[in-house]
Design a protein. Structure first.
Length: 191
């Protein structure tokens, strides 16, 4: 996708003048230890930056093992896009009822943003886990501070509490001039 296509997507996702990821209170539902968390729902805000281009949106993400449903919304909560992924492939549906399909969620993310995004790895990253063997630097509480995976550098900027099993609430992933910022306002786990 050209820079023009990225900007067109940004305009579709954003209303001009929206703030980029302001702080918000955190609300967490009781769950198991971070390392065992396999199914979750989170609500928050996501921003993707590439050069001078920015796209930001609200995000509601439900992850359940082999499937994901990610809903992006505008600043007033209106739905912009729904991304569904599972073993059979991935589908993107926009508010204009346009539909795209791909073999996996990463292929759709690349079509959408014109560059590969870490969508498949983010299910681990948002709970503070790396793939086996990925370099990880821990903080004083033995939580991940920085991890490197598939060329991405993921920085864990804030956790919900000072406890060792606390979940991340602010993280940043960077690779090849692309930056993804995620602020998580609430977490919920389920069996």
């Amino acid at each position: 996708m050209s820079g023009r296509g990225f900007r067109a997507l940004a305009l579709a996702v954003l209303l001009p003048g929206c703030a980029l990821l302001p702080d918000a209170p955190h609300d967490t539902v009781i769950r198991g230890p971070r390392e065992a968390l396999e199914a979750f729902r989170l609500l928050g805000r996501i921003a993707v930056l590439r050069g001078n281009d920015r796209v930001s949106a609200g995000i509601a993400w439900r992850h359940d093992g082999g499937s994901d449903e990610i809903v992006l919304s505008g600043p007033l909560g209106q739905g912009i896009a729904r991304l569904s992924a599972g073993p059979a492939g991935a589908t993107l549906e926009t508010a204009e009822r346009r539909r795209q399909e791909a073999a996996d969620v990463d292929a759709l993310a690349e079509r959408l943003f014109g560059a590969p995004l870490p969508v498949s790895g983010m299910a681990r990253w948002v709970v503070g886990r790396a793939a086996k063997g990925s370099p990880t630097r821990l903080d004083d509480m033995r939580r991940p501070a920085v991890l490197v995976e598939d060329g991405w550098t993921i920085e864990f900027e804030q956790f919900e509490t000072a406890l060792p099993d606390a979940l991340p609430v602010r993280l940043r992933a960077q690779r090849d001039g692309i930056e993804v910022r995620l602020i998580i306002d609430s977490w919920e786990s389920f069996p």
